[in-house]
Design a protein around this ligand. Sequence first.
Ligand code: SF4
Length: 725
Amino acid sequence: MPRNPEHDILFEPIEIGPKTMKNRFWQPPHCNSAGSDRPGTQAAFRGMKAEGGWGAVSIEYTAIHPESDDAPHCSARMWDEGDVISFRHVTDSIHKHGALAGVQLYYAGLHSQCGESRAVSRAPSAAPSEAIPLASVHEVDEDDIKAIIQLHVDAAIRSRDAGFDIIENLVSDSMIINQFLQPYYNKRSDGYGGSFENRARFGLEVFAALKKAVGDDCAIGNRYAVDTMDGADGLEVWDEGIKFIELCSKEGLCDVWDMKIGRYSELGLEIAPSRSTNSNYMAPWIKEAKKAAKVPVVSVGRITSPDEMVQILKSGQADIIGAARPSIADPFLPTKIDEGRTEDIRECIGCNICLSKWWQIVPLICTQNAAAMEEYRRGWHPEKFEQTKDPCSVLVVGAGPAGMECARVLGERGYDVHLREAADEIGGRMRDIQRYPHLAEWGRVTSYRQGQLERLGNVEVRTGIGEMSADDVLTYGADKVVIATGASWAKDGFGAVSMAPLPGADAALPQICTPEQVMAGKETGDRVAVLDYEGYFTGVGMAELLADQGKQVSIVTNWDTVAPHCIYTEEIHDIRRMIHEKKIAQHTLHFAEGIEIGNDVKLTIFYLYRDGHERTMTPKPGEYTRRAGTEVTEIACDSVILCTARNSNDGLFRELKARKPEWADEGIQAVYQIGDCHAPRLIANCVFDGHRLAREFESEDPQYPLPWIRERQVWGHETFPKLNG
Ligand code: SF4
């Protein structure tokens, strides 16, 4: 289809210093935990975005020197000739598709971890980091300042030699230039502290040195947080935030402003989850800052809609659309707009599972794009699927995240796919989750797949058929069967601490509910206790939902904070504010020992560390080695919600497996299970599971993954195993 002429503006080239960007799609630096350690993954991941039409593609934050080592987190590094060689491969992969390659110079100052290098970082003032425990720094003198500027220059020269076109300074995330700029960090009284001009001096000197060293060959950009969102205590766009841009503009030191808001101690302000904000949430700040910029401005903010992108450019908010997460969820977003296929865009849902993996120090994954980071190690292309040579019929039972994705990919590969869903609509657990407070955007997991399944002529979807029995499946007539029947919350309060059902818990009783029952409309009383042993979004979702109905809510969790997984997704800050604001009582590090139902519901909980802190060193058989604590807390309530464990709905699979001798007579070659039905897990991993099974459907046993390329140094040998090798 031809491109919508309304979208033409997105494809106009734009000059950035000495470089020309072919369109207005800019993938700003974002982490993926490939860093310098996995150059193959890095190159294939970034190259895929260039192939998908992004005009500029950056790698992640790039430490300029061992003093800025962020280990244990995985950053890129531009420390020596080895990095130049590896990143030359990355920039080649980006250039191959006509995109500009970007790098982001990173010197953390106060927030350096130096976990691998054991170096001492330098900062404007000696102070502890408010974000990194035990980080320590040396306060710079003027010789140090000159040295750090030279470190930037050296890294910029290496970056240019590696083929990067855009060299961006990290003037955000509370890093060193930002630390000089903000009185919060900068306590100096010399020429680099005190007045605004003095505090801005270090940044201007870095920019000037870079311009002089590589400015003829590369565009110099600034990733700049125009407002730290601390009010008058921090950098405000209406005050020094914009003044810094004016100073740089006066001196002509910047070729492109990659604008955002926020600070390091709360990354959720800038990498904002959909729980907290809508797309283009930075608009008011960036619009204001743009007034002072004399060069192109990039605006970010989880923007996925081409119409909104056009509006951003036409309204003068920005000249270029920056999109990190939307480019992860759909590397081919620009191409799809260009080809008039906007309905095929796989929109980011703002769950921040991608970011969570950086915190967990493992490679990025994406809920929407199962192929993300699998381009190199598994050879997956997000838009290309190997056609099957054996287009047999496949029955997929269950249309949740795994079943939908499996049916979609099998359909793309040319199989005759029959997707069957017991409920009236597809989506599985997403049908409930998207109705939790603030999680409506997560419904895109279903809406994207629904659209794709509808356009695939070889996939037949039927809903509202009720649960299929083993006889139904055996006599269906399919050659192969995939069971994706999901999981359900335990109805008996089974939990990880006790590894046993909770005495008195029975969701058949009116006072006890599972999350599914709450979402299906089961009534709860005015005082509700939520037992949350999952530690992700379910417990807090239930608590907020019921608090919003005017109920008095308590949340009990065995973890040391409510929703600990949301620390990794950066949802935690607003969750904590919500809990405080909505007066939800918290009992962390507690576990329930029983429920009694009388006039009230009595929930008895205990502190996990109630036992004595000293152990006997003269143990006796059968005796506990500490003073056994017996203190309990009783919560009087009307209802208890059990978010304690999810159990696979694998009864159908197990029955089919038990009847394996009947398969051949019914013409069934194989039966597999995927997603929560195999093991309850993250939505992203269910989508991945369905995707992987479909990609590897002809392997010897697709139930289990094929080997992939492991990027690590093999002494005296090239990387192996090889794909298809
Ligand atoms: Fe978006 Fe979630 Fe994918 Fe991150 S993991 S890109 S937030 S859909």
